[in-house]
Design a protein around this ligand. Sequence first.
Ligand code: ATP
Ligand code: MG
Length: 262
Amino acid sequence: MTEDSVIIRAEKVVKTYDTGTARVTALQGVDLAIRQGEMVAVMGPSGCGKTTLLNCLSGLDYVNAGEIWLEGKNLATMSDRERTEYRARRMGFVFQVYNLLPVLNAVENVELPLLVSGRRPKEARARAMAALEAVGLAQWAKHRPAELSGGQRQRVTIARALVNDPAIVWADEPTGALDSHTANEIIDLIRELNERIGLTVVIVTHDPAIGDRCDRIIRMRDGQIVGETPGALGLGHKGWPVGAGAADGQAGGGVRPAATTR
Ligand SMILES: Nc1ncnc2c1ncn2[C@@H]1O[C@H](COP(=O)(O)OP(=O)(O)OP(=O)(O)O)[C@@H](O)[C@H]1O
Ligand SMILES: [Mg+2]
């Protein structure tokens, strides 16, 4: 893949957790490159490091070694504050648990990150309503989470993830708490947003059916990427050469020496 199409790049990323009694190496030298506009699934057995990878790539957590670039910026060169601002401005997050505030209704939950980052209330409300509309929930704007179904709640969190017009959405088992029919609807929605607005999506999942809805499936085991395959749609439908990632001879695909990326 060409250098300027890469939005997420990881090189030799190592992450260890020290709990005092034990030391766990959760990521053991991960190389990875993800294209702008790509929808990628990360799959692998429980404990293999998927959530750790997401947390490290998105700058929620620190790495012990290796480097991560997002939109060409090296995470290691950013201060805590710059990271937080960058996340708020350019990223959205969707987790298995909804993390919605129960006392706020749907539109208030969605507009909250905008208000926190200093947007005017009127603008925040308008953007939040537009985001709810994008996920098909406009008429539920005044309902609190307790009055919504699991699928509707997850739509609210997707609206909240989208409200800042992010470049990248990170999703960690976003359908893990949903029945398979609702899960499919949520994935269709994420896929549609990916295709319609060119959102880059990284989605951790245990569900092979979700992997198949993605452009590419990255497989992890024991803190490493052990392979990747195109999703059922294949990479070709977005005009990308099929197998281009694998052609570089590295799992994770298309990773070039550090010297060419700065
Ligand atoms: N905060 C932490 N402190 C110590 N160890 C951790 C911490 N978070 C994760 N680990 C360990 O790191 C390894 C990877 O965990 P991680 O949560 O990334 O796995 P996962 O692939 O997301 O699993 P699952 O599919 O169950 O969510 C595991 O061995 C786990 O016990
Ligand atoms: Mg996990």
